[in-house]
Write a protein that binds this ligand. Structure first.
Ligand SMILES: Nc1ncnc2c1ncn2[C@@H]1O[C@H](COP(=O)(O)OP(=O)(O)O)[C@@H](O)[C@H]1O
Ligand SMILES: CC(=O)N[C@@H](CCC(=O)OP(=O)(O)O)C(=O)O
Length: 299
């Protein structure tokens, strides 16, 4: 008779499964919204890992909903076409030509790429933008920014930059019921018939709030929110954010990102997590291990 000696690999796997079990039971049947940022869409291996994670979430009974960005990819296309692009407060100033190009890159190219990766990973995904089945209705954003010359806040016209004002969740519910993973591009129409370019964090936050998501993950290109000494801030409360803005700890794109997290948790999302999309399987590590890997924002 041979002794049964489980391999170290098998033991490690069993430990992982034991660790994951309570989470699997807790999250079954819940909705997780994953915002996949343009900077997080790295090497093909990372794209494959991301798609595998999303498919695995669905296989264990969670309803994953992907909302993607594509800022760097829009920038590259505008450059190729010789169109200048500027940002105000982290938002791209969007004239009609830029709106057309943004829609082409977001809803045409990136959206279908992600749908393809999920298919390769064994899942079924449908790619839509906010326009499909009236999923998201946008309104032109009223943006205020400091006028450096006069030191006062002024209204700035960003063109066709929108914010979501209504989300009709029926399309998402139908897809999730059928075992199809919705992949949403941050473009939507307004009542005025115009196409609006929407910041992907904002779009994802509005979708997470409308779906009453249990978790809202934002995959980006930093480990999470970093303190001034560079250490990772693992837990934040909405009440912490104003001070972090005031003392300059958070700047640039992290400001709208955290504002979105706060808005989402204040609208009923249990928790929002900012994660490093450059880490292989960042989503699974965050969801199914005790420590987590990013910054958790919870009310
Ligand atoms: N305290 C901070 N911790 C981490 N990142 C920060 C912080 N303050 C500003 N940032 C910036 O925020 C960026 C993430 O926001 P953004 O570029 O909009 O990401 P994405 O394109 O993934 O939505 C980081 O790359 C970093 O440059
Ligand atoms: C209005 C506005 O700024 N829209 C963004 C939409 C894409 C986006 O937000 O992509 P990331 O998440 O990769 O940054 C843009 O044009 O870049």
């Amino acid at each position: 008779m041979t002794d049964y000696a489980p391999s170290a690999q098998l033991l490690a796997k069993a430990e992982t499964l034991t660790e994951a079990l309570p989470y699997l039971q807790r999250y079954a049947g819940q909705t997780f919204v994953v915002k996949y940022g343009g900077h997080a869409m790295g090497a093909p291996e990372l794209q494959r890992d991301f798609a595998e994670d999303v498919v695995l979430l669905q296989q264990v009974g969670i309803n994953p909903v992907v909302v993607h960005g594509g800022g760097p990819q829009i920038g590259a296309m505008l450059k190729r076409l010789g169109v200048d692009s500027t940002f105000v407060g982290g938002l791209r100033v969007t004239d009609k030509q830029t709106a057309d190009i943004a829609e082409m890159v977001l809803a045409g190219s990136i959206n279908k790429e992600i749908v393809g990766w999920i298919g390769q990973a064994g899942g079924r995904a449908v790619g839509v933008s906010g326009k499909d089945a009236g999923l998201v209705r946008a309104e032109k954003i009223a943006h205020r920014a400091a006028d450096p010359l006069q030191g006062i806040e002024r209204h700035v016209d960003l063109g066709f930059v929108g914010e979501p004002v209504a989300v009709d969740r029926r399309l998402i519910d139908s897809l999730s019921r059928e075992g199809i993973i919705p992949v949403i591009a941050p473009v939507a129409a307004g009542n005025d018939g115009h196409t609006y370019n929407i910041n992907a964090d904002t779009m994802a936050g509005a979708v997470a709030a409308a779906l009453g998501a249990a978790r809202f993950f934002l995959l980006t290109d930093v480990p999470g929110v970093l303190a001034k000494d560079g250490t990772l801030m693992t837990d934040l409360h909405p009440g912490d954010i104003a001070a972090l803005k005031a003392d300059g700890t958070i700047t640039g794109g992290m400001i709208p990102k955290l504002d979105t997290c706060v808005a989402a948790v204040e609208s009923g999302v249990d928790a929002a997590v900012i994660l490093d999309g450059r880490v292989p399987h960042a989503l699974l590590l965050e969801i199914f291990t005790r420590t987590g890997v990013g910054t958790l924002v919870r009310a």
